[in-house]
Design a protein around this ligand. Structure first.
Ligand code: SAM
Length: 272
């Protein structure tokens, strides 16, 4: 393994003070980073897309685990620090400077890939929705290992009948397995964010036949948009939904948060 300088030294040498505007909260603990890099399983020789490598703490751990990493970073200031990693792990790292929201990840990778990212909240949720919302299934990515605010992570893995259960849970669970892999204390970050974080691990599963991602999205948007209302009220604006409720013998007096993910997909299937 190459002998790398401590991350704090790298940051000081390259003047990488954390930018609030870019949502930068860095991780320095090598053991913690190794544990995060182990969540997707054995990465030896595997293609990994890392979004937001920053000074490269998680990138180091992924490279040590034997991954071939493509890293997209928006902040130009981080490029020299990442170039040092490239030199330490020849042929294993490809850095792209740009906005991950504007790039076509599948085209960029050109092969199946695992995603690993510690991102600012807004970027993480936007990408998550995009990765999980496509009509093509299984997707080209083989797993997502993503840091979120703990509260968002809990919404992703939430079960019916809980206040955390909503659109994100249905999106994450209807054709994927999502689990909360690790909680990360706010003190692990520099600077520490206001809230606790957690890592969610998602792997695609078989999609139910004949369910359109867009129909399901419209359905959950309407149902959870008025989550305190009965379904017969909240789904009024979704063409075919009330007939589908009746056909499936789902009581229209129920509320959105009582419906299982399977009941949502059955409804979307019936609506077409
Ligand atoms: N991975 C590093 C770590 O764990 O210490 C840095 C994490 S920091 C929370 C988020 C990183 O994402 C920052 O380096 C930031 O510049 C980068 N970033 C923010 N928005 C981005 C975007 N739209 N595309 C690519 N990178 C982005």
């Amino acid at each position: 393994m190459p002998d790398l300088p401590p991350l704090r030294d790298v940051i000081a040498r390259h003047g990488l003070s954390a930018s609030k505007a870019l949502g930068q909260n860095f991780l320095f603990d090598a053991q913690l980073l190794d544990r995060i890099a182990a969540i997707p399983g054995d990465l030896t020789g595997k293609a990994v897309l890392e979004i937001g490598p920053g000074p490269g703490g998680l990138t180091r751990a992924l490279l040590k685990a034997g991954a071939r990493v493509t890293a997209i970073e928006m902040d130009k200031r981080c490029l020299p620090a990442l170039a040092e990693l490239d030199a330490a792990f020849p042929g294993q790292l490809h850095v792209i400077q740009g906005d991950a929201l504007k790039l076509d990840h599948d085209a960029l990778m050109g092969e199946p890939y695992a995603v690993v990212a510690n991102l600012p909240y807004n970027v993480g949720t936007a990408l998550f929705t995009r990765w999980l919302g496509g009509e093509q299934w299984p997707p080209q990515w083989t797993s997502l290992t993503l840091m979120f605010q703990l509260e968002v992570a809990q919404r992703i893995v939430a079960q019916p009948g809980t206040s955390a259960y909503g659109r994100l849970a249905v999106l994450a669970q209807w054709r994927s397995k999502a689990n909360l892999a690790m909680k990360v204390h706010r003190s692990a970050f520099t600077p520490p964010p206001k809230v606790m974080s957690a890592i969610v691990h998602v792997t695609p599963t078989q999609a139910p036949e004949g369910v359109s991602a867009r129909t399901l999205e419209r359905l959950t948007e309407a149902a959870f948009g008025q989550r305190r209302k009965m379904l017969r009220q909240s789904l009024k604006g979704v063409a075919g939904a009330l007939v589908a409720l009746e056909a499936l013998a789902i009581d229209p007096q129920r509320r959105a948060e009582t419906l299982s993910v399977g009941e949502f997909t059955a409804l979307a299937h019936a609506i077409g």
